[in-house]
Design a protein around this ligand. Structure first.
Ligand SMILES: *Cc1c(COP(=O)(O)O)cnc(C)c1O
Length: 428
């Protein structure tokens, strides 16, 4: 048999499965250019009709009554918690496997994040674990629709009602995601989205709070708008707020991005379906569990678990290096569960926390995260998670075939990869 270069691992100098890039993100074109120029030439650059129009359209798109735009997804979470009255002495349940902002938003309102492990079946918050962490200080739970896959809304609703806690949906991955035909975000009271540049709709930076409750929406609006309320005159400020407004430029971009979203979501879903079908046949590649109640799914990340013993090719690091060498932009995602970051392991290093030294929260014992351990989140971060970026899912069938081909190639060369692992001393 003739051994061609192509059959040799790219990591060892063979030809990579692909050498062309996947689609570029963000996607934009004439529509965005025209919209931006229109705002520029109008001279109305500030917080006007386009912002209102985007808020209304986005709220409707996610089946929510009210939308309050703001600077970014981090601020959206902070203001959502504030609008719900979360403050010093309160505890908020948060998943351990998420972007840092889900948990730091809780600190910002001087409350204490309590880390809950996630399920290895779908990477979303594990409510059985959450049950064991509830106490009389627990005021809220933040659920993250991780990678765009909605949490079990029915279970969260039951949990919240029984335990008397408020719910915030951190929907920063879930633009367009639906549970039983309804857009996520305000299904359980209140939710937040991000429009930062890596996200599936973007204006560079941006965020929105969605809710069905007018009083909460009004309060959130006031916090983004220097504490103004509709009832006050211009230089009368009812609340201590900030300036978290977005501009007409951002809103103009977001309106065009939103117009593209349904089609892009469909493309990503179809491509993900194809990848699921093909990759599930490869030993050691474990995909998230499907739930029929998820009627539309945003893919912010295409994530699967790499099980080294079944794949038998050594550590995830070697698998990722080999996969990237074949031209597939895979990453390991978060390096550690949220609580593993220095800002949680040594809270005194967080600037600003001195300010609340009189609060119950700042009692050292109450903020010691050194003993926290969420085994599934640890395993995902340190050994198993593999992330493919959402722009990859905007490619065509050939692009998806190249992803499958690359992973199949690694599987075919698993012994070789295993030995390379030994050579580098990477095995446990
Ligand atoms: C991106 C993200 C945020 C924060 O959004 P920014 O707009 O970047 O501040 C919050 N939560 C999750 C899960 C995110 O991925």
């Amino acid at each position: 048999m003739q051994v061609t270069n192509r059959s040799m691992l790219a990591l060892r100098g063979g030809d990579p499965v692909r050498s062309t890039p996947f689609p570029y993100w963000p996607v934009f074109g004439e529509k965005e250019e025209t919209a931006l120029l229109h705002v520029l030439r109008s001279g109305n650059w500030w917080y006007g009709d386009k912002v209102r129009s985007f808020e209304e359209r986005y709220a409707r798109f996610q089946d929510a009554r009210y939308g309050v735009s703001c600077s970014n997804g981090t601020v959206a979470l902070e203001l959502a918690l504030r609008a719900l009255g979360i403050s010093a002495g309160d505890e908020v349940l948060v998943p351990a496997y998420t972007f840092i902002a889900t948990a730091t938003a809780v600190l910002t309102v001087n409350a204490k994040p309590v880390f809950v492990d996630v399920s290895e079946e779908n990477y979303n918050i594990d409510l059985d674990h959450a049950e064991t962490l509830v106490n009389e200080n627990t005021k809220a739970i933040i659920v993250v629709h991780f990678a765009g896959l909605p949490v079990d809304i029915d279970r969260v609703e039951t949990f919240a009602r029984r335990r008397g806690v408020l719910v915030v949906e951190d929907a920063a991955h879930a633009w367009g995601s639906q549970w039983k035909g309804m857009g996520v975000g305000a299904l359980l009271g209140m939710g937040t989205f991000s429009f930062q540049m890596s996200k599936n709709i973007t204006s560079g930076e941006g965020g929105i709070i969605l809710t069905n409750h007018k009083d909460v929406a009004d309060l959130a609006r006031s916090y983004t708008h220097c504490g103004r309320t509709a009832a006050n005159v211009w230089y009368q400020h009812a609340h201590v707020g900030g300036n978290y407004r977005i501009t007409e430029f951002q809103a103009a971009l977001l309106l065009e991005q939103l117009a593209r979203l349904p089609e892009q979501t469909r493309t990503r879903e179809l491509n993900a379906l194809y990848l699921n079908e093909r990759l599930s046949a490869i030993p050691g590649i474990r995909l998230p569990q499907h739930d029929d109640r998820v009627t539309r799914r945003s893919y912010h990340i295409y994530m699967f678990r790499y099980l080294r013993d079944e794949f038998a090719a050594g550590s995830r690091e070697i698998f990722l290096n080999a996969l990237r060498a074949e031209g597939i932009p895979a990453s390991q995602g978060y390096l550690t569960p949220v609580y593993g970051n220095n800002c949680f392991q040594d809270l005194r290093s967080v600037p600003g926390l001195e300010r609340c030294s009189s609060e119950r929260f700042c009692d050292r014992a109450a903020v010691d995260f050194s003993g926290v351990c969420c085994p599934v989140a640890e395993k995902l971060c340190r050994e198993e998670a593999v992330w493919l970026p959402h722009a990859l899912l905007l490619g065509d069938r050939k692009d998806m075939e190249s992803v499958v081909a690359a992973i199949e190639k690694l599987y075919a060369h698993r012994e070789e990869l295993e030995h390379m692992g030994h050579g580098k001393g990477k095995r446990k």
